[in-house]
Design a protein around this ligand. Structure first.
Ligand code: AKG
Ligand code: FE2
Length: 209
């Protein structure tokens, strides 16, 4: 921490004193059919602060959706930061910048949106899906997830069938789904008997949802 930064408790933009996320510990796991995941434990600097700020400051909304003849609550809280909208903590802006720079040669474009999910306890979850509302349905793309708070399992399975794999996402961990992952694989965060709060931040390129 730089002297001024610690003195005023303010983030010191543009100085070398703030931890920049790095990629030397990232490990790639190739899945089938051109899908892959990159994984790096304890990747995000200032994860404790970011988690606390997000729980408190993000304007979380509860969604409802139609399920057959009833309307049910979506079992997690949501908020999306769109293109150009300020993120709730400077460490997240730095993380997005670092991800954009690191993956640019492969991705060809920056990460521009941040979808946020708040899993309040083990009953909150997301069912099997791919992020295929936008271009992920037809094109290779990337979704970079930063996980905060209690660990939860991200399960992945091939769309054509076959065994699922599961990756634990802990506090500050990075998980990037890449290649054909959104259209040839599905992912889920299953319910568990016991879990404390978890926040997930998903950085996506333009028109990937
Ligand atoms: O909670 C996560 O990390 C995954 C969330 C997710 O897959 C989504 O919102 O599309
Ligand atoms: Fe997803």
């Amino acid at each position: 921490m730089d002297f001024q930064g610690s003195l005023f408790g303010a983030p010191s933009f543009g100085t070398a004193s703030v931890d920049a996320p790095t990629f030397d510990r990232v490990v790639r796991r190739e899945l089938t059919r051109g899908a892959w995941v990159d994984i790096c434990p304890a990747w995000l600097p200032e994860a404790d602060d970011v988690f606390a700020a997000m729980v408190q400051d993000v304007p979380w909304r509860a969604e409802r959706r139609q399920m057959y003849d009833r309307e049910v609550a979506v079992p997690r809280l949501l908020h999306t930061y769109g293109v150009g909208e300020p993120l709730p903590h400077p460490a997240l802006a730095r993380a997005r910048g670092a991800l954009s720079a690191h993956y640019r040669p492969e991705l060809g474009e920056p990460f521009v949106t941040a979808g946020c999910c708040y899993y309040r306890d083990g009953r909150d979850s997301v069912a099997w899906h791919g992020d295929t509302i936008g271009r992920g349905k037809t094109q290779d793309t990337m979704v970079a997830i930063v996980s905060l708070g209690d660990p939860r399992r991200l399960a992945l399975r091939p769309r054509i069938g076959g065994p699922s794999i599961s990756i634990e996402m802990g506090h500050g961990d990075l998980l990037v789904m890449g290649g054909s992952c959104q259209r040839t694989w599905e992912h889920a965060v299953p319910k568990v008997a016991h879990a404390g709060p978890r926040v997930s931040v998903q950085f996506r390129p333009l028109n990937v949802f």
